[in-house]
Design a protein around this ligand. Structure first.
Ligand code: PGA
Ligand code: ZN
Length: 424
């Protein structure tokens, strides 16, 4: 079924951090009008597709997106209006060609990704399909409800505390189903709040809805998490609830050293520290354990821990199929974070997933720290069969919207399998 575009329009709206982003509406002959809103990161990889910001200090401290909006309403609308595309892949190819740069820096990846997501939504609607069903066809994957990864303690550039590691996530690997997994996350979140309060810590929240206590040692957070898991009546570990970390190490790397809780560590010292954490705590996954520039360190990290811990590349891979292929060749990591706006179109995102699948790398679909109420990633993770989604804490509307989309889909489609793989 071809995609017959009637019109496309963008508006400058706000994201969850009160920074401007884009909402895109797309009108097609067969699906009426659909909408997409664009997320935005804070701890970004240097090789990410370029998010175009105005730089005009008189508006939003230079963070406005009027230029990207103007590109959608001008050049992109002119190129799409009245045109028929055989597929959303063809439409994405036309966007990439129109932009003409390798990093989407001319029109802006934030402009392109809004149009690209809206196009898949229109395509699904025109076919009378759920969005995830269309994504499954596009990706050739077996649809799967993912294990949610709840980021319940925030640090790094997502919070004003002195915790260097950015994310501490609960991964209910042992849950019987999606609804039970979400319940587990919410119950432990509540017990963690009680523990933090009892210990005299602040329970103010970071950008992704996790608590942001003034704790600097990551091991202290891990200890609290294990206690909260136990308090809530779950067992810490793969049969119950495991822990996933995203230190986002590029953010505390400088001059060849990693600066963690007042210590200056070499790559190998930090790898030792991760090994100890994996020995002492139920840590099943570590994302961006080392900096995006530290490929040699990543090789050693993977050789040391790759058999027992999921090692996810985010800033280092930037959802880029070519970079992931390079990583596979160098035995760097064993998993990739999947963020649509890191690469700029849905087609390229699904290509990144395919490269992972063929290489035996797992995939975790991800929100950004700046989000909107758009739930596209929930359908993406189901349809692309990735098995893991991180969308922040079980708190804050823009985070919860994705988890609720999963819950409602699980309820409406009881035959959908749940877990890291279709076999659980
Ligand atoms: P970001 O953080 O959205 O601020 O880039 C998310 C992450 O690092 O995974
Ligand atoms: Zn990350």
């Amino acid at each position: 079924m071809p995609l017959r575009i009637e019109d496309v329009h963008a508006t400058e709206i706000l994201d969850s951090r009160a920074r401007p982003t884009l909402a895109v509406t797309l009108r097609t002959a067969d699906a009426g009008t659909v909408r997409a809103a664009v997320p935005s990161g804070a701890s970004t990889g240097s090789r990410e597709a370029v998010e175009l910001r105005d730089g005009d200090q008189r508006r939003y401290g230079g963070q406005g997106v009027r230029r990207a909006v103007a590109h959608v309403n001008g050049e992109i609308a002119d190129a799409l209006r009245g045109r028929t595309f055989r597929s959303t892949a063809d439409l994405d190819a036309a966007l990439i060609e129109l932009d003409g740069t390798p990093t989407k820096s001319r029109l802006g990846a934030n402009a392109l990704v809004g149009v690209s997501i809206a196009a898949v939504r229109a395509d699904a609607a025109a076919r009378g399909q759920e969005l995830w069903q269309r994504v499954a066809e596009l990706s050739g994957a077996v649809p799967l409800l993912p294990v949610p990864h709840f980021n319940v303690v925030n640090g790094g550039v997502h919070a004003a505390n002195n915790l260097d590691f950015q994310e501490f996530m609960l991964a209910p690997l042992g849950a019987a189903g999606l609804a039970e997994a979400v319940r587990a996350g919410a119950e432990v979140y509540a017990r963690l709040k009680a523990r933090l309060t009892a210990a005299g810590h602040s329970v103010g929240l970071g950008d992704e809805g996790g608590f942001a206590p003034a704790i600097d040692r990551p091991e202290e957070v891990l200890r609290l998490l294990v206690e909260a898991i136990t308090d809530a009546g779950y067992s810490p570990g793969r049969d119950g609830i495991s822990i996933a970390l995203d230190p986002a190490a590029s953010e505390f790397w400088s001059d060849g050293r990693y600066h963690v809780a007042g210590e200056d560590l070499t790559s190998d010292q930090l790898i030792d520290r991760y090994t100890e954490m994996a020995d002492r705590f139920p840590v099943w996954s570590i994302e961006d354990g080392l900096a995006e520039v530290d490929w040699e360190g990543w090789e050693r990290l993977t050789a040391r821990l790759g058999e027992r811990v999921q090692l996810v590349g985010d800033d280092i891979f930037v959802t880029n199929p070519a970079v992931i292929a390079e990583a596979v060749g160098r035995k760097v990591g064993n998993s990739a974070l999947i963020k649509v706006n890191q690469v700029g179109t849905v087609t390229e995102t699904l290509e990144a997933v395919r490269v992972c699948r063929e290489a035996g790398y797992t995939q975790m679909v991800s929100h950004r720290s700046g989000e909107t109420e758009d739930t596209f990633i929930a359908d993406l993770v189901i349809g692309a069969g990735c098995g893991q989604l991180k969308s922040g804490a079980p708190a804050r509307g823009e985070r919860i919207a994705k988890y609720n989309r999963l819950i409602e889909t699980a309820d409406a489609h009881q035959a959908l399998p749940f877990g890291l793989t279709p076999r659980g």
